[in-house]
Design a protein around this ligand. Structure first.
Ligand code: AHG
Ligand code: MN
Ligand code: MN
Ligand code: MN
Length: 335
């Protein structure tokens, strides 16, 4: 990438999408516009987060519980609304499905059938919001297939290969957008002076091993014995270090950049684990694989997993090839 030339500052996300698709077709332009609107959502959420402590009503709980059974933060709802607002009157996305909505949100006006669907986690790691630690947004774009007349969005109950694009926005010291369209993983930094996400790294390839393992060891006694054996292994062997932020996007970005493994296994009570497939583990699985890593439920490739419901949860072992394989070697020992 040319260093700080005008060309670099003009390598915006929307231009990069067209380069990725090597096309200026209407479809390519649509996807470029969709990514541009996701970037706009990211800018709106980043602005709100940076002011959250000063804006009354920005922080804290709404007092409601969402379809996940979680207490909802005001920021969850704000960010959820942001994604809906940026796609209204866009004619690009006709259906939005999110962690915070029981059923998908339909945008009826000028939305021909077969248009795009946005799946998203508006604020990932919301337990970090009130303490000014990093949070993220996760997104995936799929094509609507069929009519979906009953509002059940059954066409979304398909495997990860249906994801046309996937990625995340990390609201950290800088706001970073990372995405893939199946042709490599690319990162963009928000340049506040321009109000644009500018290309930082193309075709990111994660190391095939890293020293980090990232897991909530508070769940140790709920995990299966094989997972406990893996944790005992990394405790006893030199060269491993624990890092866990409580926000998936931040933990995954560390692993994308430096290698290692993130695991959120199932437990005795919740064998499917906590993380949701369609807007958390499947988009991140696409990123991991495109960056040369692996993404497994422990039993199968996450990208092959076919959900039975919109808010399907899956256990997740995401990260560097060798590190994911080490975890799997403990799980498969029992078979
Ligand atoms: P969300 O805030 O979107 O509900 O996601 C929270 C997820 C994920 O970000 C994180 O890795 C995990 O929950 C943390 O769970 P524990 O607090 O159980 O470790
Ligand atoms: Mn949540
Ligand atoms: Mn989440
Ligand atoms: Mn969330």
């Amino acid at each position: 990438i040319p260093e700080h030339s005008l060309d670099r500052d003009c390598t915006t996300l929307s231009r990069h999408v067209l380069q990725q698709l090597q096309s200026f077709s209407a479809d390519a332009q649509d996807l470029s516009s969709i990514m541009n609107r996701i970037a706009l959502a990211g800018k709106l959420v980043a602005r709100r987060l940076s002011r959250a402590g000063l804006v009354t009503g920005a922080l804290g709980l709404t007092g409601d519980t969402n379809v996940q059974g979680e207490s909802v933060k005001k920021m969850d709802i704000y960010a959820n609304e942001v994604f809906i607002s940026v796609f209204k009157q866009s004619g690009l996305v006709c259906r939005l499905a999110s962690e915070e909505m029981d059923k998908p949100y339909y945008i009826p006006e000028n939305c021909p059938v077969g248009r795009y669907t946005l799946l998203y986690d508006p604020i990932d790691g919301s337990s970090n919001v009130d303490i000014n630690l990093n949070v993220g947004s996760i997104f995936a774009i799929r094509q609507q297939e069929g009519e979906d007349l009953d509002g059940e969005a059954k066409d979304l109950l398909t495997d990860g290969s249906k994801q046309i694009a996937a990625g995340y926005i990390l609201y950290g010291p800088a706001t970073v957008l990372v995405y893939t369209m199946g042709k490599g993983v690319h990162s963009f930094f928000l340049d506040p002076s321009l109000g644009e996400f500018i290309l930082a790294q193309e075709n990111i390839q994660m190391p095939d091993h890293g020293s980090v393992y990232s897991a909530n060891e508070g769940n140790f006694w709920q995990w299966e014995e094989q997972i406990r054996d893996y944790i005992r292994y990394v405790h006893r062997h030199e060269g491993y270090t624990g890092r866990y932020s409580g926000a998936l996007v931040g933990d995954i970005h560390r692993i994308l950049m430096q290698g290692g493994v993130f695991l959120y296994p199932g437990s005795v009570d919740n064998p499917e684990g906590k993380l949701r497939l369609l807007y958390e583990t499947a988009p991140l699985a696409m990123i991991m694989e495109q960056a040369g890593g692996k993404a497994s439920t422990g039993k199968k490739r996450i990208m092959d997993y076919i959900p039975s419901k919109l808010h399907q949860r899956t256990p997740a072992i995401l990260g560097s090839k060798k590190d994911v394989e080490l975890v799997l070697s403990f799980i498969n020992d029992k078979d």
